[in-house]
Design a protein. Sequence first.
Length: 430
Amino acid sequence: MNHQEIYVSLDIGSSSVKVLIGEMSDDQLHVIGVGHVKSTGIRKGAIVDIDATVQSINKAVEQAERMTGIKIDEVVLGVPANQTFLQSVKGVVAVNGENREITDDDLERVIDSAQVMSIPPERELVNLIPKQFIVDNLDEIKDPRGMIGIRLEMDATMITTSKTLVHNVLRCVERAGLQIREIYLQPLAAGTFTLTEDEKNQGTAYIDLGGGSTTIALFQDGLLKSTAVIPVGGEHITKDLSIVLKTPTEQAEKIKKQYGHAFYDDASDEQLFEVPVVGTDATDQYSQRYIAEIIGVRLEELFELVLDELAQMGIQDLPGGVVISGGVAQIEGIAQLARQVMLTRVRVFTPNYIGVREPGFTTSVGLIHYANADDKFYGRSANSTVPSYAPYPAQTNPSKKQASASERVESDNKVGVIDRAKNLLNKFFD
């Protein structure tokens, strides 16, 4: 597998596990394999059963392998935003070299210096997002390499999350026989890919409506500013339908996908369907408008919870509006309802690639785009020793230094993300 061109993303969600094999050519993604299975062992974005989760990962991997004939050995892994904390940090170093030209080594050292601060033992560093570089008091620099200076500084945002959460995800991936190529925060990768440059700069909320939870990511000035997770998602809508219609959960899920509508005023009174009643051989008949009221009430509550979270972030206005994605975003009429509740511009994002033209694949696609931008910025190859930091994607503001969820090992040799993840797991489970 040519790692400079072929990427495999792994998105472990509450309702499904997705494996996406994509080939990147001239910044264009070509999807060549997809694995998509119902997930078990995951609740509200967190792993509650390792064995069941491993089985789900294996099934998704096998699906993708059968489709392409490619053996999957390593993946770009996304970790959820549960218990995520963002903190401002600063790095400062003196420029090495007689000619005072800033090199990759200086860039690595200033990023390392920003991580010197102590991280609580119950938390783990996931990503470091550079806000700007400063060379001899000249600020707002995107890439300082090649510039001449004496003092190099970096303002950044450190992203940490629950050590237990990350280690459980790593354990599942390891037990599935996979190695980790890179690790990224899911809303960071998905939001960076999904939002336009204007939306990221003006102030926009990216909302991922998942099965077990809803993730909010606020982008402003080109950077991820804050995240939050609400433990309400598509599974709650399915449960509501199951209870009200007195039908099995599996049948309620099918009804939601086939006939669901979020906006009562636009739903049809004439579109009727039969619903089997649980525990009997009888069926009842309902209209799309009837279930639209059930779905709409739950989604209206969810969007109000989103507004509450944004208020806690100190957000009173969203000049860039709201962008919705995730599996639940596929429900017809959801944009109209969101506009009515949130009183702002709303658009639904769907990846435009053959085989993954569903909002639920946004994170999977975003992880591949993010990893490709990472490799392109640092000129890494499969055997490169350049440290694994996230890039400034072409024509964007400074963003995203990648650090693996494992501890950085101080040695003469650069230790890869896979080895660091193994070291972390070994220390944690010893």
